[in-house]
Design a protein around this ligand. Sequence first.
Ligand code: ARG
Length: 572
Amino acid sequence: MINYKKKIAEIICEAVEGLTVEEIMSMIEIPTDTKMGDYAFPCFKLAKTLRKAPPLIAKDIAGKLAGEEAFEKVEPVNAYVNLFLSRKGFMEDVVKEAVKEGDNYGRSTLGKDKTVIVEFSSPNIAKPFHIGHIRSTVIGNSIYKIYDFLGYDTVRINHLGDYGTQFGKMIVAYRKWGNKEDVIQSPIKTLLGYYTKFHEEVENDPSLDDDARAAFAKLENGSPEEVELWQWFRDESLKEFHRVYDMLGISFDSYAGESFYSDKMDRIVDWLKEKNLLIESEGAQIVDLEKYGMSPALITKKDGSTLYITRDIAAAVYRKEHYNFYKNLYIVASQQNLHFQQWFKIVELMGCEWAKDCVHIPFGLVSLEEGTMSTRHGRVVFLEEVLNRAVDQTKEIIKEKNVATDNIDETAKMVGIGAVMFQELSNNRIKDYVFSWDKVLNFEGETGPYVQYTHARAASVLRKAGDAVVEKAKQVSVLDMAYVLSDSAYDLAKLIYQFPQVIAEAGDKYEPSVVTRHIVDIAQSFNRFYHDEYILVDDEAEKLAKLALVIAAKNTLKNGLYLLGIQAPEKM
Ligand code: ARG
């Protein structure tokens, strides 16, 4: 496709002196009122170098651009040059590309030969996979898809919380009150029960904490009994996590969690010592970060055991050496801001120039209308239950609304789970939000079901047109886009045109909601076009042109949903 901003900038660049194409591109605006053109170029900045009043400059430039084929109209208005693209040429350019590229429309090679690590989800073993985990899981998955689409080599890592003193607690609790059969029956719920009990009992018996610390130290030293219990907890938990990942259609390239780094910690401690960064404090080793306005980071405890932050440092070093990343992304809640700031600084002080390539991508809290959760007190809403409920409720809605489907279970799954994921990706990630069933499953609002429904509507138009005609419309060389120059068709084409740019922006900002919002716009725009125009007209040339626009819109919606990790049903 033609880069219109660039094209305009190149033409203007010839016409005026002293500005580069890039500078001009950054000056070009897209007027909010389309009556002012598709693009506008403000001339204020040129007044000084050209020693002329801006309106005169605008007039000059407009005169020079007037003959260009790409524009239908070029109009100087005060200090602005307003540019109207030639609709036919634009339509042809955009629709042909989006039809031809199909599932690849919007893909780029921007990230060629660069590796981006996307670390996301990273739940803690033997703890419930609850509604709070949906954020990192779904946002991270989308960021991975966006980077993959932009042509980067990607590595998806699930940094499982499978190590640390909580396993000491779990081991102690299991030994004191546990029962093997119960764990096998319902692993996470049972283990959570032990964990809760531990926290109740420790209030009266603080020595339990010492036992837990001792058990973890044994685990770290490879004592077989502790390792076996831990391995068992881990395996059982992973089974449960996998059920949820399968429902969400999410997978990982690596499950190297915290335990993976247990034998890589000495090197980090030595390295820190060598750089004179460690200070002893009551037997523990810390890095003082006061100079940088942060509290000290605890690297090893009195008993020599390492901590969460130590394992993060070891993991980053390992990733650099193993993957030689261009960027190392962490999709982790904003509650951990300080943690990441601390260890990014430590890695920098260790002399790793790549510290700057580690990025923490924080997000806000999700809460439920019913109230907050707390793992310690056993108040928790399992993500699996939320997803099942979404599917069940969607099935009811499908029956009630008589939604067209060949397989109600399949459709309910796509739509129900898609709805939950879509809501998750609708707002700026940093915002806190309240999970609301009414909003999630609304087929009319700015929701997943609405976008999926619009995609299915486009598919239905194509089915009605018949395979032969659709195949012909896909032969883009036969299209005469002069038939689709209405405002609603043109607006839709403009949104389709912006799609590749939108993906790049979402990648730059690590913000999937940029894609979400854009495909809602496309869905709304498509539905306007659908209502305004009769698509399956008798005239073959007109029908082909309109169908091509339908195919282009359908491809864009499908690819947009894909980037969010959501399926696009053909029937609904
Ligand atoms: N397991 C941690 C938790 O549930 C999140 C891990 C985040 N990733 C990291 N590299 N620290 O809070």
